[in-house]
Design a protein around this ligand. Structure first.
Ligand code: WAQ
Ligand code: MG
Length: 266
């Protein structure tokens, strides 16, 4: 990459009457940034949660070279109901060292409607660790290189999973789990029609779980579990500010059956 080659963090957030509707972001070259600003605006104006009255698009030159990482490996479990899905998620969380109290706190948080634009940090016992309770933690300054983005899209479409929602979640989770103090993440979309959630971890990769919530529900959010003894300020600085670019993939296992959960760690 020539020294003068600049990259930009492009971020969009849309709201109505101060209430968050949607957000998106990535890391782009200048020419790609020009295009993506228009795409983000279009996307904000056609979101299923309604028309925003404010769309903020930020284009910010990166002041450091992004750290290059691999995407998490992607897999999906077969699942039919939110109750069974929670059981599958808990098996993965428990294999990551998160006890019943930790996951119980996470599910209670995800079961409430909340106004957070970000997620929350819990330790493995379920104690909230991020300092700003109203704001939560917003993972930011992540993206994927153009070629790897195309490869991710090809990979996912091989399983019929190619949509923006999945790729963006994989990119976010890949940044999160590149930090050694994050042990696992549980995510449910706040979109009432999007019921597939995921559990991510370095150990098991990005594991999609269909029907993790009932259709029509506005519940959702993200919980990041953090190792005991972690330096919270350093982790927050990493999640919110350090530019990270996905430049390689780790493949996709497709759908693995529930009894195979331990096997996805192979
Ligand atoms: N950083 C931290 N938390 C976030 C961020 C972020 N950048 N963006 C969203 N959240 C939190 C916030 O609380 C939202 O309410 C919640 O996550 C859900 O956000 O493989 O679309 O953008 O099919 O609705 C999962 C895809 C999609 C699963 C997740 O999340 C799959 C999704 P949404
Ligand atoms: Mg959403």
């Amino acid at each position: 990459m020539p020294r003068s080659f600049k990259l930009y963090s492009v971020r969009m957030r849309a709201s109505r009457a101060g209430k968050h509707i949607s957000g998106a972001e990535g890391i782009y070259t200048e020419s790609a940034a020009r295009r993506i600003v228009a795409q983000y605006t279009e996307r904000a104006l056609s979101h299923s949660l309604g028309k925003p009255d404010s769309i903020l698009v930020t284009v910010e030159e990166l002041n450091r070279k992004p750290r290059e990482i691999s995407a998490l490996r992607v897999a999906a479990l077969r699942n039919e109901t939110p109750r069974l899905g929670r059981g599958l998620a808990d098996r993965i969380l428990s294999s990551c060292g998160i006890g019943a109290q930790g996951s119980g706190t996470a599910w209670a948080f995800l079961g409430r409607r909340h106004a957070l634009r970000g997620g929350i940090l819990l330790n493995t016992d379920g104690v909230r660790m991020d300092p700003n309770l109203e704001r939560g933690v917003r993972v930011s300054r992540m993206g994927i290189s153009a070629a790897t983005g195309r490869a991710l899209s090809d990979l996912l479409s091989g399983y019929g999973w190619d949509n923006q929602t999945v790729s963006e979640a994989v990119i976010l989770a890949s940044k999160v789990h590149a930090h050694p103090d994050i042990v696992a993440e549980l995510c449910i979309s706040d979109d009432p029609d999007y019921t597939t959630g995921y559990v991510a971890s370095r150990q098991f990769g990005y594991v999609r779980i269909p029907h993790l919530k009932k259709a029509g529900s506005r519940r959702g959010g993200r919980v990041f579990f953090i190792q005991g003894g972690a330096d919270i300020r350093e982790v927050l600085e990493y999640l919110e500010r350090e530019p990270v670019l996905v430049t390689t993939l780790s493949g996709c296992l497709g759908v693995v059956s529930g009894e195979m959960v331990p096997a996805i760690g192979l």
